[in-house]
Design a protein around this ligand. Structure first.
Ligand SMILES: Nc1ncnc2c1ncn2[C@@H]1O[C@H](COP(=O)(O)OP(=O)(O)OP(=O)(O)O)[C@@H](O)[C@H]1O
Ligand SMILES: [Mg+2]
Length: 458
C-alpha cells in the first residue's frame, strides 16, 4: 500500500523557499503488513521487491497496546530471511501487543558517524551515548556497520612488535601491529582483567572496547575499575549487555569494528578489544534460528560460521597510508573444552591464541596464561635471534617440568636421573615468578628479556 497526503503549500517565491517547502513535504511511505508471528520471526508482506537481508523495518504496535508499561509504539526489526510471499524479520524488543495486520515500513539502515570527540565516550551499537555526558558530535565520514574487509592484496603485512606491558605476552605470545589474537578461557579465569591490563599498558593511539553480552555489573566494573582515567580518555567503549536483544548485541560488535575502522582510515594505530566472541556467536545463533536456519553442532546455525570470519577479518592491517587495527577477541570455552565449535572456528581465523587456565590461577599465578598452549603466529619473525633463543630455552624447561609436574609434586622423581629435568626443577621458581605480574605492574619487552636471561643463565 502507498499512502500519500496532499500538501497544501503556496507557490514558492524563490529557490531557497522551494527547498524549504520540499523538505516539509510529507514523504511517500510504503506500508507492509504483519501477517504472522512465529517465535522470534515476524512475516511481513506487501513491501514490494526492493528489500534485502539486513534492511531495517519498524512495525507498529496498536495504540491501545503501547505506552510506558506496554512498550514503544513501534518495534524495530531487521530482515533476516525471505519466504515465498513474505520477508522474515527478527524484532529488536518485546513483541507483546503486535497483532496481525499491523503496519510495517522500511527505515534507513543505521550508519555511524564517529569522530575524534568519541574518545572517552561509551556508546551503544547505534552510536547513541550511554554515559550521560550529552549528545555525541557527528563526524563527516560514515562508518557502515557492515563492511567488507580491505582487499587481501591491498593490505599491509603484520607490522612490528607492540609492547603490551605484560611480560608473559611480550616474550611468549608477542602481539604485532595489525595482528589478531584470541584469549581462550573458561569463565572467571581473568579474560577481562588481562584485557584491562592491555588497555592500560599497550602503546596504541586509540583503543576501542566492545563489550558484547556482558552482564551490566561487569560493564560498570570494567569502566570504573579496570580502565583508569588515562585509558578511558583514549578509549571508545561500545556496549550491548546480555539483557539486550540479539540484534542489538550483534550490532554492538559490528559498531566496534566500524569505529575501529574509522580511526584506522585516519592513520591511527588502533587496539580493538572485543569481549566476547562467544556471546556474539550466541546472538547470531538466535538470529539464525529465528530465520529458520538448521541447527548444527551445539545448535549453532551455519550463519554463525560465516558471520564470524566476516567480522573478524575486518580487523587487521590497513591499506597503505592507513593505520592498523590490532585486535584481541575473547572466547569463552565452556568447561575448558577448547575444541567446542566456536573456539575451533575462531582459532582457525586468528593469528594466534592466548590460553588461560583455571588451574594456573588457582595456584596463585596471575595472569593465568598457559604459555605452552598459547601461540602467536608472528613468531619467530618478530623476535631477534637472541630473544628467540631465550624463548626456546624457557619453553624447553617449562615443557620438561610440565610433563613431570605430578611426579615431582609427589616426590616420585629422583634428582640426577635426567639432566634437563634437574635444570627445569632448579629454574622453575624463577620462571613462575617471571610469569606472575600484578595488575598494576607495567613491564617492557627489553626488561622482560633481560629478566628472563638472568633467570635462565644466572
Ligand atoms: N591478574 C590477576 N590477578 C589477580 N587476580 C585475578 C587476576 N585476573 C583475574 N583474577 C581473579 O579472577 C577473577 C575473575 O577475573 P575476570 O573477571 O577478569 O575473569 P573473566 O574471565 O573475564 O570472567 P567472565 O568469564 O565472568 O567474564 C577476578 O575477580 C579475580 O579474583
Ligand atoms: Mg569477563
Amino acid at each position: 500500500m502507498i499512502q500519500v497526503s496532499e500538501p497544501a503549500q503556496p507557490p514558492a517565491a524563490s529557490l531557497a523557499d522551494a527547498a524549504v517547502q520540499l523538505a516539509q513535504l510529507p514523504r511517500y511511505r510504503r506500508w507492509g503488513t504483519l501477517t504472522a508471528v512465529r517465535g522470534a520471526a515476524l512475516s511481513i508482506s506487501g513491501l514490494g521487491n526492493r528489500l534485502a537481508i539486513g534492511d531495517r523495518l519498524q512495525v507498529e504496535r496498536p495504540a491501545d497496546k503501547s505506552g510506558p508499561s506496554a512498550g514503544a509504539p513501534v518495534v524495530p526489526c531487521e530482515i533476516v530471511a525471505f519466504a515465498a510471499d513474505a520477508a522474515i524479520a527478527v524484532p529488536e524488543g518485546p513483541t507483546e501487543g503486535l497483532a496481525p495486520g499491523a503496519r510495517a515500513w522500511l527505515e534507513e539502515s543505521p550508519v555511524l558517524y564517529p569522530n575524534d570527540s568519541w574518545l572517552g565516550r561509551v556508546v551503544d551499537g547505534l552510536g547513541q551515548p550511554l554515559d550521560g555526558l550529552g549528545p555525541l558530535p557527528r563526524g563527516r565520514r560514515p562508518a557502515p556497520l557492515r563492511q567488507p574487509p580491505p582487499a587481501a592484496l591491498g593490505r599491509r603485512l603484520i607490522g612490528e612488535r607492540l609492547e603490551t606491558g605484560i611480560r608473559t605476552l611480550d616474550v611468549f605470545t608477542p602481539v604485532c601491529r595489525g595482528q589478531r589474537l584470541g584469549i581462550f578461557a573458561a569463565s572467571g579465569v581473568g579474560k577481562s582483567t588481562l584485557m584491562g591490563m592491555m588497555a592500560r599498558f599497550i602503546n596504541a593511539d586509540v583503543i576501542v572496547v566492545g563489550l558484547i553480552g556482558e552482564r551490566g555489573r561487569e560493564v560498570r566494573e570494567f569502566l570504573d575499575r579496570t580502565l583508569d582515567q588515562a585509558a578511558r580518555q583514549r578509549c571508545v567503549v561500545v556496549v550491548a549487555t546480555s539483557d539486550q536483544p540479539a540484534l542489538a548485541r550483534r550490532r554492538a560488535a559490528q559498531a566496534s569494528l566500524a569505529v575501529a575502522e574509522y580511526f584506522r582510515t585516519t592513520g591511527r594505530q588502533v587496539f580493538l578489544l572485543l569481549d566476547s566472541i562467544t556471546r556474539l556467536a550466541h546472538a547470531q545463533r538466535e538470529i539464525g534460528l529465528a530465520a529458520g536456519e538448521p541447527a548444527t553442532a551445539r545448535s549453532y546455525t551455519p550463519s554463525v560460521f560465516t558471520e564470524l570470519p566476516a567480522l573478524l577479518e575486518r580487523a587487521g592491517p590497513g591499506q597503505e597510508g592507513e593505520g592498523d587495527i590490532t585486535a584481541i577477541f575473547t572466547v569463552l570455552v565452556d568447561g575448558d573444552d577448547h575444541d567446542e565449535p566456536i573456539a575451533d572456528a575462531v582459532r582457525g581465523i586468528l593469528d594466534g591464541h592466548i590460553v588461560l587456565d583455571r588451574r594456573i590461577g588457582e595456584r596463585g599465578r596471575w595472569p593465568a596464561v598457559d604459555v605452552l598452549r598459547s601461540v602467536s603466529r608472528a613468531l619467530p619473525r618478530c623476535h631477534n635471534a637472541d630473544e628467540n633463543a631465550l624463548l626456546a630455552d624457557a619453553r624447553r624447561l617449562l615443557g620438561a617440568y610440565a610433563d613431570m609436574a605430578e611426579m615431582i609434586r609427589l616426590g616420585a622423581y629422583r634428582s640426577g636421573s635426567d639432566a634437563l629435568l634437574d635444570l627445569a626443577i632448579q629454574r622453575q621458581p624463577g620462571l613462575e615468578g617471571f610469569l606472575s605480574q600484578g595488575v598494576d605492574e607495567r613491564s617492557t619487552s627489553e626488561a622482560a628479556f633481560a629478566q628472563l636471561a638472568e633467570i635462565l643463565h644466572p
